[in-house]
Design a protein around this ligand. Structure first.
Ligand code: GAL
Length: 417
């Protein structure tokens, strides 16, 4: 495989008119993978490229969920100086492609039969106007509940499967002086919880109507009022210092027993693994309450910007590395996600990844594989931002659920135009 890659790289270098054997240009990569598990996963890619003589210029922009990275990227592109590649979530890939900022890697994708080995839901975000503009590195599942197994065992609790059960378990923990829910008060983390509550209370058809279709009746419904009621209840289960906390610090609270549970995507597993704990044993993974059978997903893509000719060979080397089965296996094992390539054997992954893969297959077959709003696969960035604003404002005030629902309708309506 390495030989094939090297041959391909040399061929590309020759086509670009550079002397064969010369080092390809570096790739400059903008991303937000700065937490421990994330950085470890990214290292897999850096090393793979180093093995091919492709240098790495790191452009990290800290901030989970990527909102700070988005701002930096916009400034770089506006200044006419885009990076070689940027980590992007699906809707942003589409929006940058619409702007005409992305290059075209269709030849590589056709040679590698990418369309045949990726789920259609992923292909839909990697292509625009029949051209391939990005390569997917993972499939994450944001609707997980992570549980400190020892705390549950000591207190005779079983993992909740509905929001009512969650509230009972959380109340029991609180009565014993244990913080039930580790949470970081940042808009994207509030929205990660909101996604789970919408799906868990309303079910997949409601999530599709309210979030993906932004249907005004669903957004203004009694079900949505119940969703905000549950958000208010959850506010009572977090500790006093939740405001502004980074997601990985909230994960650490569950790992070291300061809190019992966290609602977070499976990038949390990167932290669990780095702490030498076993996912599925020390830290249990169950679908967020009420969401078993449904799968919210988000995929991190490397989107390839329209760069100068002399940078293209390095860009192509990066795209083919990212799509190689060996890379997808190694990277996703560390990152906590599963490979988007369906032909990668993950039988040596942890129990949570195996459950993720089974659940993904089931959800894909029964129509309940749904793009995550919080993680850039549910709505355009303007509607997403409008929903974030209302969810966060409600979570941090005493706004009533009815008022929140009205605000939600207004905000989504004005962001849709
Ligand atoms: C998500 C991203 C993940 C992870 C997470 C926290 O949006 O898809 O890869 O990095 O943010 O930073």
């Amino acid at each position: 495989m390495a030989l094939v890659k090297t041959a391909r790289l040399l061929a590309t270098v020759a086509v670009c008119g550079l002397a064969t054997g010369a080092s390809a240009a570096d790739v400059e990569v903008l991303h937000w993978w700065t937490a421990g598990g994330e950085a470890a996963a990214l290292n897999v890619l850096k090393e793979d490229l180093a093995g091919q003589d492709v240098g790495w210029e790191d452009m990290p922009v800290a901030g989970g969920g990527g909102s700070a990275a988005t701002t930096t990227l916009k400034a770089r592109v506006a200044a006419g100086n885009p990076p070689t590649a940027a980590q992007l979530l699906g809707m942003s890939v589409r929006e940058w492609a619409q702007e005409g900022s992305l290059g075209d890697i269709s030849d590589l994708a056709t040679d590698g039969n990418w369309a045949d080995v990726l789920p259609q839901a992923v292909v839909d975000f990697a292509t625009y106007d029949d051209k391939w503009v990005a390569a997917p590195v993972n499939i994450h599942r944001p609707n997980w509940l992570w549980i400190n197994a020892a705390i549950f065992e000591e207190n005779g609790l079983t993992p909740p499967t509905s929001w009512d059960e969650f509230n009972e378990v959380a109340t029991a923990l609180q009565e014993k002086g244990i913080t039930p829910l580790a949470h970081g008060g940042q808009p994207w983390q509030d929205a990660t919880v909101f996604d789970d509550v919408v799906l868990g209370i309303g079910g997949p058809d409601f999530y599709r109507k309210a979030i993906i279709e932004a249907d005004m009746d669903a957004l203004g419904s009694d079900t949505m009022v119940q969703v905000f009621d549950q958000m208010r209840t959850l506010r009572g289960f977090v500790d006093d210092n939740f405001s502004g906390r980074d997601w990985n610090l909230a994960t650490a609270m569950v790992l070291n027993g300061e809190a019992a549970m966290q609602l977070m995507g499976d990038w949390a597993k990167g932290e669990i693994i780095r702490a030498d704990m076993t996912p599925g044993e020390d830290i249990l993974c169950v679908a967020a309450p009420g969401t078993e059978g449904s799968y919210l997903f988000n995929t991190d893509f490397f989107a390839f910007f329209d760069v100068d000719e002399d940078q293209k060979s390095a860009q192509e080397a990066m795209a083919s590395s990212v799509m190689s089965p060996e890379f997808q296996h190694a990277f996703n094992m560390v990152k906590g996600s599963i490979p988007p390539r369906t032909d990668v054997d993950i039988s040596d992954f942890d129990a949570c990844a195996l459950k993720a893969k089974d659940d993904l297959t089931e959800a894909n077959a029964n129509g309940s594989l749904l793009g995550s709003l919080a993680h850039g696969h549910g709505q355009t960035s303007s509607v997403q931002q409008a929903i974030f604003d209302v969810v966060t404002e409600h979570f941090n005030s005493d706004m009533s659920s009815r008022d929140a629902v009205e605000e939600l309708q207004l905000a989504v309506e004005s962001a849709s135009f």
